[in-house]
Design a protein around this ligand. Structure first.
Ligand code: PMV
Length: 354
């Protein structure tokens, strides 16, 4: 008697920043030096599925990632668990005859199982989807009544970019002003239907893990790059306003110009860091060249590119026609090759090119 288990499963896609977050003003609360804007991928692509379970039979909190147990002792996991538990409310499941009071949540332990539907080793942003999904699933299980923005502030403490995956469509992470981080949260700028002609293609240039983690890379940039200071104060605030306008107006020419310039400035900040950080490789540079030349040969830009803390290209095509021309070009200039490890994940229509 008294043995029961309550479970809940949630799925969260990752997000790709078009105005980048790079640099923290507070490392433990994860407060950024500038606002950022991202697009959340469609559900089903590059996403994390997380099942959370609670039972009086569990003796401690435990977590498995892709079937392998991982430690929950890190500060970031602990912050998320603590913040969510503090907001838990009464839960009643009449079907199973389970009643959990607000107080019970303090004593009950959780088991968490998370799967990424894409190769975790590919160096594609997985923490964003993972931490957002964890916070969302726990919030639902524990009947947390906070809205998505407040949940985003909790996910932020797990991984900065995770706060933007609580919403679909276009999302802004507002850096906030408060020292305790209460106003550093995500808001939705436009929903997933607003600009659904866009097609996102991820060209996997290398599946090797990055050498410099975003955490240590950001720390080094904040400590040594003057360009980062200039970017955060003078460049990004204006770019954010222009990007919001481009998104509202579905103005692809402005969107592409801003996204490409911002990706390039982020990588310039990495180069301006001492010692310099190289996330892109020769293939990444060739992809940039190829897109720039193509865009310039057309009346209007067809594709935007953006690169995170790794060499893989995220390409955003203005529509399906541009996407299929892009794939033809990618296959022609970068034929699939086990040595370069060049694969393309096409995210508009579920197909994966290899
Ligand atoms: O949240 P983190 O620590 O994974 O940092 C992400 C940083 C970038 O992906 C490079 C940029 C961004 O805004 O997502």
């Amino acid at each position: 008697a008294g043995e029961w288990i309550l479970t809940l499963t949630a799925q969260t896609p990752t997000n790709i920043a078009v105005i980048k977050y790079w640099g923290k003003r507070d490392e433990s609360l994860i407060l950024p030096v500038n606002d950022s804007i991202s697009v959340t991928l469609d559900p089903g692509h590059l996403c994390t599925t997380t099942t959370v379970a609670v039972s009086p039979a569990f003796e401690q909190d435990r977590m498995w990632l892709n079937g392998k147990e991982i430690s929950l002792s890190g500060d970031r996991f602990q912050s998320c668990l603590r913040e969510i538990r503090a907001r838990a409310t009464d839960v009643e499941n009449k079907e199973k005859g389970i009643k959990i009071s607000k107080k019970d949540w303090e004593k009950l332990h959780l088991h968490i199982s998370s799967f990424n539907n894409f190769p975790t080793a590919a160096g594609l942003a997985s923490s964003a989807a993972g931490l957002a999904c964890l916070v969302f699933a726990l919030g639902k299980l524990m009947n947390v009544r906070e809205d998505h923005s407040q949940l985003s502030a909790i996910a932020r403490q797990g991984s900065g970019s995770a706060c933007r995956s609580l919403y679909g469509g276009f999302v802004k992470w507002i850096m906030g002003k408060e020292e305790n981080g209460s106003d550093s949260l995500a808001v939705q700028l436009a929903d997933e239907k607003h600009w659904d002609e866009l097609v996102i293609i991820i060209a996997v240039v290398s599946s090797r893990q990055k050498e410099t983690s975003s955490t240590s890379g950001m720390r080094e940039s904040v400590e040594t790059s003057l360009l980062l200071q200039h970017r955060a104060k003078e460049v990004v605030p204006k770019r954010i306003l222009k990007m919001e306008e481009a998104i509202q107006n579905r103005d692809f020419a402005s969107f592409a110009a801003l996204a490409c310039a911002d990706s390039n400035q982020f990588h310039a900040v990495c180069l301006d860091t001492s010692p310099p950080i190289f996330y892109m490789n020769d293939t990444s540079h060739r992809i940039i060249n190829c897109v720039e030349k193509w865009n310039r040969s057309e009346e209007a830009p067809q594709v935007a590119y953006t690169f995170d803390a790794g060499p893989n290209a995220v390409l955003i095509a203005r529509n399906r026609k541009a996407a299929s021309l892009l794939i033809q070009r990618l296959l022609y200039y970068f034929p699939p090759n086990p040595e370069t490890d060049m694969n393309s994940y096409v995210l508009g229509d579920k197909s994966i090119l290899k």
